[in-house]
Design a protein around this ligand. Structure first.
Ligand code: F6P
Length: 363
């Protein structure tokens, strides 16, 4: 059977375990030898006990767990060719030439580079006497299937990334709790939510929690936002509302690209309206805890499809990313999706806000 390895990389997200489980079980079902690589790319570079064969039972009772049971890391060494050479040696040693990488765009880009260099890495290993001629020819192709695990929903090409739905549930639970205490005291609350460069969590949580105002990275507010914010809050209070909720994405910026922080928004509200105002930073609570049913199923479907893609790969098959498109699991060219994702970042860096929003809408 083929040698497949699965690993999780970058920030964890709920539903990664469901995906790992599906890869292991679908792989075993199809007669493959399936390996875990623990601690992401770091484990691949370090080898040894970090790369272990999985069996059917080793993924029992993990579907309901948050985080990633096989660990994740941000690995500097893999960014250097030397690190990738060590990783290649460790994979060849176990007959692994199929990888399922579960991570964000950085992790997927790293996998693509690894695949592009594979041939020259093997040549170097052969030259150094680290692999045999037989291994060089037997393992000449590295196949890659990527799954996007991130609470941010920041990857172009898939409707939802694994973890986003659970993070939203967590945010909504928290905003509902805040609303009840805010109501009692007629307070204004500023909730900071995650999402780094992507406004999905902030915008969807604002819509679903009846927030009065939202600050998100791709669509900075107009120059006179302070005035508009105060007018809006005042208007709601005049209409009889006892509280205000403002959602600030951690990566919120103004039209000059300068951060807009929760503290800054609080100061505007307090100075102008003298409202009793508090800040709640949700932080990593959003990324932890058990995955929603949606993320469990998403992880299962994506993981199973990734194994199918690897089984069907030929010498000329390019790395793919498994995406959700209108409730269908589809395979898309990995680099095309990475490039589309990077185009959003570029539009934001260029302060081309309309284009950034347009690109996000298409993703
Ligand atoms: O990309 C996922 C994410 O949770 C972002 O929303 C957040 O900005 C970042 O990771 C936090 O990273 P770390 O856990 O390394 O502090």
């Amino acid at each position: 059977g083929k040698g497949i390895a699965v690993f999780t990389s970058g920030g964890d997200s709920q539903g990664m375990n469901a995906a790992v489980r599906a890869v292991v079980r679908m792989g075993i079902y199809l007669g493959c030898k399936v390996y875990f690589i623990k601690e992401g790319y770091q484990g691949m570079v370090d080898g040894g006990a970090n790369i272990v064969e999985a069996n059917w039972a080793s993924v029992s009772s993990i579907i309901h767990l948050g985080g990633t049971v096989i660990g994740s890391a941000r690995c500097k060494e893999f960014r250097e060719r030397d690190g990738r050479l060590k990783a290649a040696k460790n994979l060849i040693g176990r007959g692994i030439t199929n990888l399922v990488v579960i991570g964000g765009d950085g992790s997927l880009t790293g996998a693509n580079l690894f695949r592009q260099e594979w041939s020259s890495l093997l040549d170097e290993l052969l030259k150094n006497g680290d692999i045999t001629k037989e291994q060089r020819s037997k393992y000449k192709i590295l196949n890659i299937a990527g799954l996007v695990g991130s609470i941010d929903n920041d990857f172009c090409g898939t409707d939802m990334t694994i973890g986003t739905d659970s993070a939203l549930h967590r945010i909504i639970e928290a905003t509902d709790a805040i609303v009840s205490t805010a109501y009692s005291h007629q307070r204004t609350f500023i909730m900071e939510v995650m999402g780094r460069h992507c406004g999905y969590l902030s915008v969807v949580s604002a819509l679903t929690s009846e927030a009065d105002f939202v600050f998100c990275p791709e669509s900075p507010p107009p120059e006179d936002w302070e005035k508009r914010l105060c007018e809006k809050l005042e208007q709601e209070r005049t209409a009889g509302q006892r509280l205000n909720i403002i959602i600030v994405a951690e990566g919120a910026i103004d039209r000059n690209g300068k951060p807009i922080t929760a503290e800054q928004v609080k100061k505007v509200v307090v100075d102008n309206l003298q409202q009793d105002t508090r800040i709640t930073v949700l932080g990593h609570v959003q990324r932890g805890g058990s995955p929603s049913a949606f993320d469990r199923i998403l992880g299962c479907r994506m993981g199973a499809e990734a194994v199918m893609a690897l089984m069907e790969a030929t010498e000329t098959t390019e790395p793919c990313v498994i995406s959700l498109d209108g409730n269908q699991a589809v395979r898309l060219p990995l680099m095309e999706c990475v490039e589309r994702t990077q185009a959003v970042a570029k539009a934001m860096a260029d302060k081309n806000w309309d284009y950034a929003v347009e690109l996000r809408g298409k993703s």
